[in-house]
Design a protein around this ligand. Structure first.
Ligand SMILES: [Zn+2]
Length: 403
């Protein structure tokens, strides 16, 4: 599963062995990255290629500096010689950027999905595009010594809470940030001197959870993320993110849940994100702001009737929306991130029961509603996938490109 379209299969007419080898290299490199390493036997089994082909592909990736072989750490103390594991080279890294209304987070993410560094810059007011570019530039400058001493940067990925044109990284609109028609990726690329890609934060979150988090090994899932900026979504069908004609599919926060509700910034009445809303939760809790851990604790300990009533109200609207998504997409799992995960923790039974009663497809199987597991790493891991996509598509081309 990948963010971009899969590499073109070179096995159609007029194919050369070289194209086939490049395709196989891409498949093995992608597996290594998403599994954070595996044995040659697993690679053989998962690709359907022969052992000798896998041996040659692994040797080439090692030769290119994209992978290495080592004994797995978990094998320490076992009797007998453990079989070697193949790992992606974690010193090939991406710079990941996640701007939001209350902070700009910048991270360094290695191949294999490990977040090596995470820097959160709290902002007192919402930053413009050029202010955001300057903040990121300053943070990356601060990391320059670490980067130059140990990493090669594949590129920069930005997770934007808004609609983004994936082909040029232009932000069409990010309503909560007040950004409109902004050339974000090109402006960032100019100051950072790396290739820069941008995408919608919730779509990237869905990809990250499906590859490295709660949705691993699931082919069909619906992901919903709740942040201070509202609710976004991502849909994975048969292992592939649903993009839509322009790449804007997944605006699940603007699903109608209350025809008598209040007006949303999108112009409609009673959208999911106006009814299920983090600021309303903070208001009844009497908190000016809260990160996810603080919100979990506050909701977990509160016995205030006003808080309990608001939680029930939000869970009921959330279950209304999730039932619709289950009916539409018949997912194996619905994954809830951000404050929606906090709501799930305090109201799991009420939510699961309502969804399973209302969903038609629950007759076939009970949909698993679970909490996103990557938490604060989520957006960074998702954004990094944008930067790694080219490398995973053509590892040999990337390595020989001199990066
Ligand atoms: Zn709306």
């Amino acid at each position: 599963m990948r963010q971009q379209a899969p590499p073109k299969l070179g096995i159609r007419g007029g194919t050369s062995n070289d194209q086939l080898r490049r395709y196989n290299l891409s498949m093995v490199m992608t597996l290594l990255h998403h599994a954070s390493g595996c044995s040659r036997a697993e690679l053989t089994q998962r690709t359907g290629l022969t052992r000798s082909t896998i041996a040659a592909l692994v040797a080439e990736l090692v030769d290119l500096g994209m992978a290495y072989e080592a004994e797995p750490e978990t094998a320490v103390g076992r009797v007998g010689r453990p079989s070697l594991q193949v790992f992606p080279n974690p010193t090939i890294a991406a710079i990941a950027v996640a701007p939001d209304i209350d902070a700009i987070t910048v991270g360094l993410v290695g191949l294999g999905g490990e977040v090596i560094r995470r820097i959160r810059f709290d902002t007192v007011r919402i930053q413009t595009v050029s202010e955001t570019v300057n903040v990121v530039k300053a943070i990356v400058e601060g990391m320059r010594g670490e980067i130059e001493s140990g990493y090669s940067i594949a590129g920069v990925g930005i997770a934007v809470p808004g609609l983004v044109n994936a082909s040029d990284g232009r932000v069409l609109i990010a309503p909560h940030l007040g950004w409109r028609d902004a050339g974000l990726a090109s402006a960032m690329s100019k100051v950072l001197n790396y290739p820069v890609y941008a995408g919608n934060d919730a779509s990237l979150g869905a990809i990250a959870e499906s590859l490295f988090g709660a949705g691993q090994d699931m082919n069909d899932l619906v992901y919903l993320n709740g942040s201070a900026s509202g609710i976004g979504g991502g849909i994975i069908i048969n292992g592939v993110p649903l993009r839509g004609t322009s790449g804007y599919a997944g605006e699940l926060g603007h699903t109608l849940v209350n025809s008598h509700g209040i007006r949303c910034h999108c112009g409609r009445i009673g959208c999911l994100e106006t009814e299920v809303n983090m600021s309303r939760l903070l208001e009844v809790l009497g908190l000016p702001r809260a990160d996810q851990d603080e919100l979990d604790i506050a909701l977990g300990v509160s016995r205030d009737p006003a808080v309990l009533a608001e939680v029930r109200r939000q869970i009921d609207f959330l279950s209304e929306a999730i039932s619709n998504f289950v009916n539409m997409f018949d997912p194996e799992s619905v994954i809830l991130g951000g404050f929606l995960g906090s709501l799930l923790t305090v109201g799991r039974e009420r939510l699961a029961e309502a969804v399973n009663i209302r969903s038609m497809s629950s007759a076939g199987h009970e949909v698993v509603i679970q909490r996103a597991s990557l938490k604060s790493k989520l957006m960074l891991v998702g954004a990094a996938e944008l930067a790694f996509a080219g490398l995973l598509d053509d590892p040999a081309g990337y390595a020989r490109g001199g990066r």
